[in-house]
Write a protein that binds this ligand. Structure first.
Ligand SMILES: Cc1cc2nc3c(=O)[nH]c(=O)nc-3n(C[C@H](O)[C@H](O)[C@H](O)COP(=O)(O)O)c2cc1C
Ligand SMILES: [Fe+2]
Ligand SMILES: [Fe+2]
Length: 403
C-alpha cells in the first residue's frame, strides 16, 4: 500500500523503513520505523512532513503521489511541523523538484531550514494559531508545541476532517506493513505497538514531559477525529486512548509510574547476580511485576523504557576499579539525561577489596529525586546471611511499590 485516504481530500503516505542503523544514531529499531507524510488537497495542495533520503523513501513518496495523479511539482505548500532530518532530510531535493512551493514552519523551524538546508527563498514562518486556507473547505491551523521534542515543533490541524498532524507526538517505532489505522490491528499487535510507543517516548520525549502536558492541554479544545503522527499508526477508533496513554507517560516523569519494578544488573563473575536472585525472590514473594535487564548486554533503549514506566528500580552492580561498573555508570548517566526521576530504588552489589561503587553511585544519582532504600553491599560471594538480607530488601522494595 502506497497511499491511504483518510478522506476524499486527505491522504497518508506511510513509508516503512527497515535498517540496521540506529535511530538518531543511538536507538535500535529492529522492527523498523514508518515515516508518514500527508497530503491535503483543497484548491491548493499541502504536503505535511517529508521524509529522510534513506533507502528509497523519497521514491516511495513519489510513486504514492503518482497513484492519485499528483507529484512533488503539484505541491503548493510544504508544511514542516518539525525539522529533524527523519522528516526533512530530503528537503533540498524536494526544492529542486519544486522551486515554487512555500515552505511553512514556525519561526524557529524556518531558521533551521536555513541552517540545515541552506534554503533562503520561499519560506514562511507561521505563528501560533495562524491558519492557512487551502480553498475547497480545507483549512489548516498551526499550533506551536515547543519541545515535543525540538524547540521549533508545531502541530497542524485540519478542521473539516478533525485531523491533528501531531508529528513525533503519539508516534511509535515499528513498521506498519500495509495497514495504517488503529482499528486494523489486533489487540496483541496494539499491545506490541504500545511497547514501542512507550520506548519511543522514553528514548526521545521523556526529557520534555512537562511540554507534552502543556501541548495536550493547549489542544484539548480541538475536535479530533484522527491523530496522524509522523511515525506509526493513525488513530481514529481510540483517539482518547492514545491521548490518555501519552498523558500517563508524561506523568511517569513526575512519580506516578506503574506499580512495577525494573531491575538493571551487571556482574562480571556472578557474585552480584547471586545477590540479585535473592532480591528477585523477595519481589516475587510480594507478587509485584518486574522486568530484568543486564547492562551492557541489553541495549539501554529498552532499559530506559522499563525504568521509565516502573515506580521501583533495582540497581545491581559490582565495584570495578574503585568505582561503578562502567556500563552501569552509562545507564545511570542516561537516566539522568532522560529524567528518570522519582523512583524508589534499591542498590546492591559485591566488591572485592575496598569497594567504591556505592560512593560514585551516590554522587551520580544526587539530582535524580530518588527515594533510596538502604543499599546493601557484600564482599565476594554472598553468604547465607547476606542472601537473607537481600531477599528481605527485595520484599521491602516491593512492599513500598505496592502501596
Ligand atoms: C576488573 C576488575 C576490577 C575490580 N576492581 C575492584 C575495586 O576497585 N575495588 C574492589 O573492592 N573490588 C574490585 N574488584 C573485585 C570485584 O568487585 C569483586 O570480585 C566482586 O565480587 C565482583 O562481583 P561480580 O562477580 O558480580 O562481578 C574488581 C574486579 C575486577 C574483575
Ligand atoms: Fe523528532
Ligand atoms: Fe520523527
Amino acid at each position: 500500500m502506497k497511499i491511504v485516504a483518510l478522506s476524499d481530500a486527505l491522504f497518508c503516505i506511510p513509508v516503512d523503513v527497515h535498517t540496521a542503523d540506529l535511530f538518531e544514531g543511538i536507538w535500535p529499531i529492529p522492527g523498523g520505523v514508518t515515516l508518514n507524510a500527508y497530503l491535503v488537497k483543497g484548491e491548493k495542495t499541502a504536503l505535511i512532513d517529508l521524509v529522510q533520503d534513506r533507502q528509497d523513501a523519497p521514491k516511495q513518496v513519489e510513486e504514492a503521489l503518482a497513484s492519485i495523479g499528483a507529484d512533488f511539482g503539484a505541491v503548493d505548500y510544504l508544511i514542516l511541523n518539525h525539522l529533524e532530518p527523519d522528516h526533512t532530510g530530503w528537503l533540498r531535493q524536494f526544492r529542486e523538484k519544486n522551486p515554487k512551493a512555500e515552505i511553512i514552519a514556525t519561526a524557529k523551524g524556518i531558521n533551521l531550514v536555513k541552517s540545515f538546508y541552506k534554503i533562503e527563498a520561499g519560506l514562511r514562518a507561521v505563528k501560533d494559531g495562524e491558519t492557512l486556507d487551502l480553498g475547497g473547505g480545507k483549512m489548516l491551523t498551526f499550533f506551536e508545541t515547543p519541545n515535543i521534542h525540538w524547540p521549533e515543533t508545531m502541530m497542524t490541524w485540519e478542521s473539516s476532517t478533525g485531523t491533528l498532524f501531531s508529528c513525533d507526538a503519539f508516534g511509535s517505532f515499528g513498521v506498519l506493513e500495509g495497514r495504517l489505522f488503529d482499528d486494523e490491528f489486533s489487540q496483541t499487535e496494539l499491545a506490541a505497538f504500545e511497547n514501542e510507543t512507550l520506548r519511543y517516548y522514553a528514548n526521545i520525549v521523556a526529557s520534555f514531559s512537562s511540554f507534552v502536558e502543556k501541548g495536550i492541554q493547549k489542544l484539548s479544545g480541538l475536535s479530533i477525529a484522527y491523530i496522524a503522527p509522523s511515525h506509526g499508526m493513525v488513530w481514529r477508533k481510540d483517539v482518547a486512548g492514545i491521548i490518555s496513554r501519552y498523558l500517563r507517560y508524561a506523568s511517569y516523569s513526575k512519580g506516578s509510574a506503574e506499580k512495577e519494578i525494573a531491575l538493571v544488573w551487571s556482574s562480571m563473575y556472578g557474585n552480584t547476580k547471586k545477590g540479585l536472585d535473592a532480591v528477585i525472590a523477595g519481589i516475587e514473594r510480594e507478587g509485584v511485576p518486574y522486568s530484568l535487564h543486564r547492562a551492557p548486554n541489553d541495549n539501554v533503549s529498552y532499559i530506559l523504557a522499563d525504568a521509565f514506566k516502573s515506580a521501583g528500580l533495582v540497581i545491581a552492580m559490582p565495584t570495578y576499579e574503585y568505582a561503578m561498573f562502567p556500563p552501569m555508570a552509562y545507564v545511570i548517566d542516561i537516566f539522568r539525561r532522560k529524567h528518570i526521576h522519582h523512583k524508589t530504588v534499591l542498590r546492591i552489589g559485591s566488591w572485592g577489596w575496598s569497594g567504591g561503587a556505592q560512593k560514585e553511585y551516590d554522587a551520580a544519582i544526587a539530582g535524580l529525586k530518588w527515594n533510596s532504600l538502604a543499599p546493601f553491599e557484600w564482599t565476594g560471594n554472598p553468604s547465607p546471611q547476606d542472601l537473607a538480607v537481600l531477599e528481605s530488601r527485595g520484599r521491602e522494595l516491593a512492599q513500598a511499590i505496592k502501596v
